[in-house]
Design a binder for this molecule. Structure first.
Ligand code: NAD
Ligand code: UDP
Length: 309
């Protein structure tokens, strides 16, 4: 039976990935230090005979015999990754270094969860994988952006120097059930506020854009990437191409919830990217993948989930 390690497996994306891998009949080891993840996210897996949970910080070495590693450990919401920015850089750099070392030792394939943040505030739109990005190396977001860029560098050097089979995906904004209501990211914030009829907080003028993908599409793309031929490293963009301004998102959420919330404007955080949309030509060609769940349907599913918790 294939044995798979998922670092960050108790987080939002990781818990959905663990669920999918268990359903496919694999043995799954979930490694997490519970910084932003929780046991609650994986409680439905705790009685599965092929599921193991290990409390561990990826910045310290870890040894286990596995065939595949999904390296997802890293806080993803700006408020959380800026809470202890040094630990965020350590998690991306030392954590990826440790996971690559493990992959080398046990001859496992490893998939690195990179991010659209490697493009920074992009000067090219939409962003193809061969765009090198426009990232501030000394700003408040740098611990995340530069940490993830360095993690990609490490992956490619382990591939070239040590023949480790690496796979890099650049994930664009993803939303869905199991995001925490206090996660701080825009979709969870707006839905939480709308359900309570509280003010919807738009940062800046709301004209900045993002392209949001639903969690199920994301997990599908990630698993397909792991299953590509051995010498295909990526990076590959995984995201939905439909781009919305934060103003449009706020209006859509208010309409779908039927909320009495009013929109209010707050200061824009430092280095907030103005626009973001993936070019997914490569994902279509190499993975036969494209998103299937559009924003309205995904938001409705997430609204239902947030009503129940
Ligand atoms: P999340 O914060 O819900 O999950 C991250 C998980 O990693 C949590 O369970 C957390 O406890 C764990 N973790 C953090 N530091 C750790 C450490 N040092 N050791 C062990 N575990 C640690 O975030 P998410 O949205 O599920 O993101 C998962 C991955 O996908 C991250 O690597 C993130 O950078 C990447 N990503 C996510 C998005 C998105 O929109 N959600 C976009 C781009 C990239
Ligand atoms: N944002 C907002 N209101 C909020 C939370 C976020 O207007 O309550 C904005 C934020 O400034 C950014 C966009 O929404 O322009 C997406 O923010 P998020 O933190 O979800 O993701 P990221 O900036 O990392 O893409």
């Amino acid at each position: 039976m294939k044995r798979i390690l998922v670092s960050g497996g108790a987080g939002f994306i990781g818990s959905h990935l663990c669920t999918r891998l268990i359903k496919e009949g694999y043995y799954v080891i979930c490694l997490d230090n519970f910084f932003t993840g929780s046991q609650d996210n994986i409680k439905h897996l705790m009685n599965e005979p092929n599921f193991r949970l290990v409390e561990h910080d990826v910045t310290f070495p870890f040894f286990v015999e596995v065939d595949e590693i999904y390296n997802l450990a890293c806080p993803a919401s700006p408020i959380h990754y800026q809470y202890d920015s040094i630990q965020t850089t350590k998690t991306s750099v030392l954590g990826t270094f440790n996971m690559l070392g493990l992959a080398k030792k046990v001859n496992a394939k490893i998939l690195q969860a990179s991010t659209s943040e490697v493009y920074g505030d992009p000067a090219i739109h939409p962003q193809p994988e061969n765009y090198w990005g426009n990232v501030n190396p000394i700003g408040y977001r740098s611990c995340y952006d530069e940490g993830k860029r360095c993690a990609e560098t490490l992956c490619m050097d382990y591939f070239r120097q040590n023949k480790v089979r690496v796979k890099i995906i650049r994930i664009f904004n993803t939303y869905g059930p199991r995001m925490l209501p206090n996660d701080g990211r825009v979709v969870s914030n707006f839905i939480t506020q709308a359900l309570k009829n509280e003010d919807i907080t738009i940062y800046g003028d709301g004209k900045q854009t993002r392209s949001f993908q639903y969690i199920d599409d994301m997990v599908e793309g990630m698993v397909r990437m792991m299953n590509t031929e051995d010498d295909f490293t990526g990076p590959v963009n995984i995201g939905n191409t439909h781009e919305f301004s934060m103003l449009e998102l706020a209006e859509k959420v208010i309409q779908l919830v039927g909320s009495a919330s009013k929109i209010v404007f707050k200061p824009l955080p430092h280095d907030d990217p103005r626009q973001r949309q993936p070019d997914i030509t490569l994902a279509k060609e190499k993975l036969g993948w494209q998103p299937t769940i559009e924003l309205e349907e995904g938001l409705l599913r997430m609204i239902e989930y947030f009503k129940q918790i």
